[in-house]
Design a protein around this ligand. Structure first.
Ligand SMILES: [Zn+2]
Length: 1141
C-alpha cells in the first residue's frame, strides 16, 4: 500500500532491470524498499513523523548513509538520488496546506540543523563533488542543488559554502528563459536564494554585480514566460534580489541598476492575475524596502506650536520634548530594522502580555490611601454643594445658582489652591457676568419638555421635544454688541465660507421651511458687517435651520467659542462646529476593500521615485511658513485648519488631484499623529481627489478594516443636511518611506511613518468641506451643550449644577456637573436625597477620542430626560460628571496629550497640581468623597479605541488577573466581590454596540497610572472602568457590519446609564414595571454563574491579519515559507512542460 505513494522518479521496472546487473542485488533491493517506505512516511501531512524521525537521529543516519554510498564506485545513482531527496524532505521548510480561502504554505517541522549535520559528517563535500562531476547531467545536478538549498538555510553553512566559491558556480547554472532543464534552473535559483541569506555571500554578490544579472534574468523570464508556467523560477529570482537588498549596499546597487523601474513595470504587467500574486507581492516588498528612507518634509518634527509651562513645572517634564522622542521610540517597538544587523532573531517564549499582568497581591487589592493630607481635601467640599445642609427645593434653587456663580469664581488655578483665587477671575464669563440678569433669566425659565428617551431619534422626532429659541435667555442687545465686537476682532469669519460657496442658496430646498415661525430671532453672527448678499441669505438660513439640530445654538456657540483659549490663537470657527451636526438618517456600512487596492496605491507612490518629473511637489498649505506657500493653478485645492481642534500642518500637491497631508504633533511633543481635522475648498465636483496623510504612527489602523473618515459639506448643511458623513474610497493604511531620520543619518533609531490614503469625490464644485478622523466635538461645543442642557430642564425636578473643577494650563475652565433629582422638602425625602450613592463619570482625557464626547453627550442628555429610567436614576444616584478632562488638548487639535506634552491618563498615581490640574483635582474630589465616607458606587472613564470594533469595558479583578497570569497563588482562599461584572453584563443585553466578549478585567502593570486602576486601588471603587468605544463600527449584534455614528455613540451613553439601574434594582423609588421593561438581565442569577473566565488580553489586537498583510508589514517579509519543491528527478525532456511549476 505504501508503495502506491512512492514518488521517486524511476519506475520499478526500470530499477529492477538495472538491479539485476548489480553484484549484491539483494542489499540494493532492501535499501530501495526502505527508502521508498521512508519517503511515503514523510509525505505531506505527516508532521509528527518527521519530528519523530529528526529526534531519533534520522537525519544523521540518512547523511551517514549518503556518505557511505558515495564512497562506493562506480556511483550508484539508483540509491543516491532517492536518498538525497529524503534528506531534502527532512530539511525543507513549509508544507502545502489548505486554509479557508486559498492554498497556502504553512510552516511545519523540519530539521533546521540539517546543514550543520551534513557539514559535520562530511556529506556536504560529497554533495558538492557529486554536483560538480555530474555536470551537465541535469537529472543528477538537480537533487544536489536542492540539497544545497536546504543546507544553506543555515547562514553559517551558507557562508562556508559561499567561501568555497559555490555561489558563483550556482549563478552560472542560471540561464535566460528556456523550456529545457527547467527543473535544474529552478533548483539552482532556489539554491542561490538560500545561499544569499548569508550576509557574507550577499556582500560578495553586490561586489560582483550579481544584482544586474539577476534583474536581467528576472525581466527575461517575466517577459517571455507568457503562459506563466515558470512562476516559481520568477519568484526564486526575486528572492535572490530580496536577500541581497537586505544590505544597504544591495539597495543602492538595486536602485543604480534601475531595479525600481524594472520591478514596477513588470509588476504592473501582472495586473490582478491570481497566479502572479506571489510574484507581484515579492516585487512590491522589494520596491518598498529599497525606496530610500526620507525625513518628513518639515524643518522640525516638533509641534509647530509650543506652550511655555509654568516655571515651577519645568523640572517635572522629564527630559523635555526632544528626549520624549527617544523614549517613545524605545517603547513603541516600531523601529526600522537595521538590515546590517547580523544577529539572528531567535524566538523567545516570552509573552509580553503575561509579563505585564500584576501578580503582587498587595497591589491587586484595593488599598485606599490618600495621596495628600486630608485637610487639603476640604477644599473640595464646595464641589459637593448637594451635601450642604441648606437645601430647600426649587424656589431657593435660583438663589443657590447665583451663589454658585459666586462659588465658581473661586476656581482652582493650576498652581494656587482654591481659596486663594481672586473671585474676579470668573467675571470673564460674559454669559454669567451679571448675576441679576442671570437671576431674571432663571426666573423666566419655564419647565420644558426634555428630549425623547432614546437619543437616536430622527431629526423630526427629536425636534418635537426640544427647547425652542434658546436665545431668549440672553439679552439680545448685549449679544449683538458682543458679536459686533467679535467681528471687529476677526473671530468670526464664517461669511468667508459662505462667500466661497458657488451656489444659489435662495433656491435650495431650505426654502421649503417657513421662516415666519422664527421671526424676531437676531441675525447670525457671521452676517454682521459681512457682504449683503450673504447676510440676507445667511439670516434666512439660520432662521430656517437653527431649531432642527438638537441641543445646538449658533449664538451660544459663538459666545462660548470666544471664551475658549487656544495656544495657536486662531480667529475662526469651523463651520460644522458653529452650525451644528445631526446624525444622518441612515447608518453607514463598513467599507469593503478589494484585494490589490493597497498595492495599486503603493505603485502610485513608487512612481514618484521612478518618474520624479511627474511630481508637482507644491506646498499649498503651511502653518509655519505661510509665505512659502506656492500658489497653485485654479484647480488646486485650498486648505485651512486654524480653528478649534484643527491640526493640519502642511499640505503638498503631488499630482493634479493628489495631496500629501502632514498633521501637527501634539503640543510640546513631536509625536502622537492620528487625529486630523481640516477644511478644504476650491474643489471640482465629480473628480476623485486622493489624499495621503503621511505621518501616521500606529502600526495598524481600522482604516484597513472598513472605517472611513468623516466629512461635512457646507453646501449640504445649508440645504438642510447638516451631517458629518463617512466618506472616501480606496482607503488603505500602510507603512511608507518616511521615517524620523533620513537614510544618510546614522546612530539614532528611526521610527517609520504610515500613510492613510483615501479618495474623495466631492458632490459640489466650489463647496467648502471639512474632513476629520472622527466626528469632531470641540470644547466650545461641550460648553454650549452644557449651557443648553441647563436651560432646558425643569429645576423643580432636576438638580443640575455646573461648576468649575479647575483651570487648565491653557486657562480654560474644566467643568464638573452634578445631576440628581431635586429633593422634595419633606425631611424624610431630604434624608433619602443625602443617602444617594455617587456615580462618577469622566471622559475625553485623550483629546483625539472625540467618540468619548459623543457618548458623554448621550449620557448627559439621557440623565436630564423625562425617560422613567432617567427619573429613577436621578432618584437613586448623584452623578458627578467631568465630561472633558483635557480641554486644552481638544482645543489645540492634539491627539493624546495635554499642553505639558504628557498623556494625562498615565498621571493618576502622582498627578502634579501644576502640570496635570484636571487629574489632580478630579482625584482630589474623589479622595474627598472617600474622606467623608462617600466612596462612589461606580467610576467610569469614557475613551475611544482606534484598533478594535464595538464598545467594551476594562475593569479590575484580582482573581481574573491571577488566573490569567497563571500565578501560583491559591485563589480559592481569596475573596472578591464579583459585582464588577454587573454593568458589563447588563450592557451586553441592552446596548447594541456593546460586547462583553471584548471586555477585560485584568490589572496590568503598564496601566497602573490610569484612572481605572488608581480609582480602584487608591479610592477603593470596586466598579472602576474604562469604557472604550470604537472609531470604526461593529462586527456583532444589531449593528454588525455598520460603521458607528454619533447616534449610536449617544445611545451607548444612554444605555450605560440604564445599566446602572441594575445595581439598584430593589431600590424603593423604582417600580417593578421599570425593571421589567428595561430588559435588564437578572443579575442575581447571573452572578451565581460567574465562572473562571477572562475573555481576552487587553493588549492583543482582535483583528485578523490585514488582507494585504504581506505588503503591509514590509519588514517582516524576510522569513516566508518556501515554495513547494518538486523533487522529481527525472530528466525526461518530453515531460518537462508540466514539471517545473
Ligand atoms: Zn483613550
Amino acid at each position: 500500500m505504501i508503495m502506491v505513494h512512492v514518488r521517486i522518479g524511476l519506475s520499478c521496472a526500470d530499477r529492477r532491470s538495472r538491479f539485476k546487473k548489480s553484484c549484491n542485488s539483494h542489499d540494493l533491493q532492501s535499501t530501495l524498499s526502505i527508502l521508498q517506505v521512508l519517503d511515503a512516511l514523510l509525505s505531506p501531512g505527516t508532521v509528527k513523523r518527521i519530528n519523530y524521525l529528526i529526534t531519533k537521529g534520522g537525519s544523521e543516519a540518512l547523511l551517514h548513509t549518503l556518505v557511505n554510498v558515495m564512497r562506493i564506485h562506480p556511483l550508484d545513482y539508483e540509491v543516491i538520488l532517492p536518498l538525497m531527496c529524503l534528506i531534502v524532505k527532512v530539511g525543507q521548510r513549509g508544507v502545502l496546506g489548505l486554509c479557508v480561502e486559498s492554498v497556502r504554505w504553512h510552516p511545519r517541522n523540519h530539521d533546521k540543523k540539517v546543514g550543520q549535520k551534513a557539514q559535520e559528517v562530511g556529506a556536504l563535500n560529497e554533495i558538492l563533488n557529486l554536483m560538480k562531476c555530474s555536470l551537465p547531467q541535469a537529472n543528477y545536478v538537480t537533487p544536489c542543488l536542492w540539497a544545497i538549498k536546504v543546507c544553506a538555510s543555515s547562514v553559517t553553512v551558507g557562508a562556508a559554502l559561499g567561501k568555497s566559491g559555490i555561489t558563483r558556480f550556482v549563478l552560472n547554472l542560471l540561464s535566460p528563459y528556456t523550456t529545457r532543464n527547467t527543473k535544474a534552473v529552478r533548483a539552482a535559483t532556489e539554491a542561490l536564494s538560500s545561499l544569499l541569506k548569508s550576509k557574507w555571500n550577499s556582500r560578495r554578490a553586490v561586489e560582483c554585480g550579481y544584482i544586474r544579472r539577476l534583474l536581467k534574468l528576472y525581466d527575461d523570464w517575466h517577459q517571455r514566460d507568457t503562459k506563466n508556467k515558470y512562476i516559481p523560477i520568477q519568484r526564486a529570482l526575486l528572492k535572490c534580489i530580496k536577500n541581497i537588498t537586505n544590505l544597504q549596499k544591495g539597495k543602492e546597487a538595486f536602485r543604480e541598476n534601475d531595479g525600481m523601474r524594472v520591478l514596477l513595470v513588470t509588476s504592473q504587467d501582472c495586473g490582478s492575475s491570481p497566479n502572479l500574486q506571489p510574484v507581484t507581492r515579492l516585487a512590491t516588498q522589494i520596491m518598498r524596502k529599497c525606496y530610500p528612507k526620507q525625513r518628513l518634509p518639515l524643518l522640525s518634527l516638533q509641534s509647530c506650536f509650543s506652550f511655555v509651562l509654568p516655571n515651577a513645572a519645568h523640572s517635572h517634564v522629564m527630559g523635555g520634548p526632544s528626549e520624549t522622542l527617544q523614549e517613545d521610540v524605545a517603547a513603541k517597538g516600531n523601529e526600522e530594522q537595521d538590515d546590517e544587523d547580523e544577529a539572528e532573531n531567535e524566538e523567545s517564549g516570552f509573552s509580553e502580555e503575561e509579563d505585564d499582568l500584576e501578580t503582587d497581591l498587595s497591589r491587586l487589592k484595593p488599598n485606599p490611601e490618600f495621596d495628600r493630607p486630608v485637610e487639603e481635601l476640604k477644599q473640595y467640599e464646595i464641589l459637593c454643594p448637594e451635601l450642604d445642609g441648606y437645601f430647600q427645593g426649587s424656589d431657593s434653587d435660583d438663589q443657590s445658582l447665583i451663589q454658585d456663580n459666586a462659588s465658581c469664581s473661586m476656581f482652582f488655578g493650576p498652581s494656587a489652591p482654591l481659596h486663594q483665587k481672586d473671585s474676579r477671575e470668573w467675571q470673564r464669563d460674559s454669559v454669567r457676568e451679571d448675576p441679576e440678569k442671570q437671576h431674571n433669566l432663571f426666573r423666566n425659565r419655564k419647565p420644558r419638555q426634555t428630549p425623547a428617551s432614546s437619543p437616536g431619534n430622527e431629526g423630526e422626532n427629536v425636534s418635537k421635544g426640544l427647547p425652542k429659541n434658546h436665545c431668549t435667555h440672553y439679552d439680545k442687545a448685549s449679544i449683538m454688541n458682543h458679536l459686533k465686537e467679535n467681528m471687529k476682532q476677526g473671530l468670526l469669519n464664517i461669511q468667508r465660507d459662505l462667500s466661497r460657496i458657488n451656489t444659489d442658496l435662495q433656491n435650495t430646498k431650505a426654502q421649503s421651511v417657513t421662516s415666519e415661525k422664527y421671526a424676531g430671532t437676531p441675525g447670525p453672527s457671521w452676517a454682521i458687517g459681512g457682504e449683503h448678499k450673504y447676510q440676507n441669505t445667511g439670516n434666512k438660513l439660520v432662521k430656517m435651520w437653527k431649531e432642527i439640530i438638537p441641543f445646538h445654538d449658533q449664538y451660544v456657540y459663538t459666545i462660548k467659542a470666544e471664551e475658549t483659549k487656544a495656544v495657536s490663537g486662531y480667529k475662526t470657527l469651523a463651520f460644522p462646529d458653529y452650525w451644528g451636526h445631526m446624525p444622518p438618517r441612515y447608518q453607514e456600512p463598513l467599507m469593503s476593500q478589494w484585494n490589490g487596492g493597497q498595492r495599486a496605491k503603493v505603485f502610485e507612490d513608487i512612481q514618484r521615485f521612478v518618474n520624479p518629473g511627474d511630481v508637482l511637489n507644491r506646498v499649498v498649505f503651511d502653518t509655519e511658513s505661510p509665505s512659502l506657500v506656492m500658489s497653485g493653478d485654479d484647480t488646486s485645492l485650498n486648505f485651512f485648519s486654524k480653528f478649534e481642534s484643527g491640526n493640519l500642518r502642511k499640505a503638498i500637491q503631488i499630482r493634479k488631484y493628489e495631496y500629501d497631508l502632514i498633521m501637527n504633533a501634539d503640543i510640546n511633543t513631536n509625536l502622537h499623529h492620528q487625529w486630523f481635522y481640516f477644511e478644504i475648498s476650491g474643489m471640482r465636483a465629480g473628480i476623485p481627489y486622493r489624499f495621503n496623510v503621511i505621518n501616521c504612527e500606529k502600526t495598524n489602523s481600522q482604516f484597513n478594516y472598513g472605517m472611513q473618515p468623516v466629512m461635512y459639506s457646507v453646501h449640504e448643511a445649508l440645504c438642510g443636511r447638516a451631517h458629518w458623513v463617512r466618506v472616501g474610497s480606496d482607503i488603505y493604511y500602510y507603512k511608507n518611506h518616511y521615517c524620523t531620520r533620513g537614510a544618510e543619518e546614522k546612530g539614532q533609531k528611526a521610527i517609520a511613518y504610515y500613510t492613510l490614503t483615501f479618495t474623495v469625490t466631492f458632490q459640489h464644485s466650489k463647496d467648502v468641506c471639512y474632513l476629520a478622523y472622527h466626528y469632531p466635538y470641540t470644547y466650545s461645543a461641550l460648553m454650549t451643550h452644557l449651557h443648553l442642557l441647563e436651560q432646558s430642564l425643569n429645576p423643580d425636578q432636576i438638580y443640575f449644577k455646573h461648576q468649575v473643577l479647575c483651570s487648565t494650563l491653557g486657562g480654560n475652565n474644566c467643568p464638573v456637573i452634578t445631576i440628581t433629582a431635586s429633593p422634595e422638602p419633606q425631611p424624610e425625602k431630604l434624608q433619602q436625597f443625602w443617602d444617594r450613592q455617587y456615580v462618577v463619570l469622566t471622559g475625553r482625557v485623550h483629546p483625539g477620542e472625540s467618540n468619548a464626547s459623543w457618548v458623554m453627550k448621550g449620557t448627559l442628555e439621557f440623565l436630564i430626560s423625562n425617560n422613567p429610567i432617567a427619573c429613577c436614576l436621578r432618584d437613586t444616584y448623584i452623578f458627578k460628571i467631568i465630561p472633558m478632562l483635557n480641554p486644552d488638548g481638544v482645543i489645540n487639535g492634539c491627539h493624546r496629550c495635554s499642553l505639558s506634552g504628557e498623556d494625562l491618563n498615565r498621571q493618576w498615581s502622582e498627578p502634579s497640581p501644576d502640570l496635570h490640574p484636571t487629574i489632580y483635582h478630579t482625584k482630589g474630589l474623589l479622595s474627598y468623597m472617600r474622606s467623608i465616607g462617600r466612596i462612589p458606587l461606580v467610576f467610569c472613564d469614557y475613551h475611544g479605541h482606534s484598533r478594535k470594533k464595538n464598545v467594551f469595558m476594562y475593569g479590575c479583578s484580582l482573581k481574573e488577573t491571577l488566573w490569567q497570569s497563571k500565578s501560583s497563588i491559591d485563589t480559592a482562599t481569596l475573596k472578591e466581590d464579583i459585582g464588577y461584572r454587573a454593568i458589563p453584563r447588563a450592557l451586553e443585553k441592552i446596548c447594541p454596540a456593546f460586547t462583553i466578549s471584548r471586555c477585560c478585567f485584568l490589572v496590568q502593570k503598564s496601566r497602573e497610572a490610569t484612572a481605572r486602576v488608581v480609582v480602584w486601588r487608591e479610592i477603593g471603587v470596586l466598579r472602576s472602568y474604562t469604557m472604550e468605544s470604537t472609531y470604526c463600527g461593529c462586527d456583532q449584534g444589531k449593528y454588525n457590519g455598520l460603521q458607528i455614528g454619533t447616534r449610536e455613540l449617544e445611545e451607548t451613553g444612554a444605555k450605560f446609564c440604564t445599566a446602572l439601574l441594575k445595581l439598584k434594582k430593589d431600590v424603593f423609588s423604582c417600580s417593578t414595571w421599570l425593571i421589567q421593561n428595561s430588559s435588564l438581565p437578572d443579575l442575581d442569577n447571573e452572578l451565581h454563574n460567574v465562572k473562571h473566565m477572562s475573555h481576552s488580553n487587553v493588549c492583543e489586537d482582535d483583528e485578523p491579519p490585514c488582507p494585504e498583510e504581506i505588503d503591509y508589514y514590509t519588514d517582516n517579509c524576510s522569513e516566508e515559507e518556501d515554495d513547494p519543491i518538486d523533487l522529481t528527478t527525472e530528466a525526461d525532456e518530453s515531460s518537462e512542460d508540466e514539471l517545473c511549476c
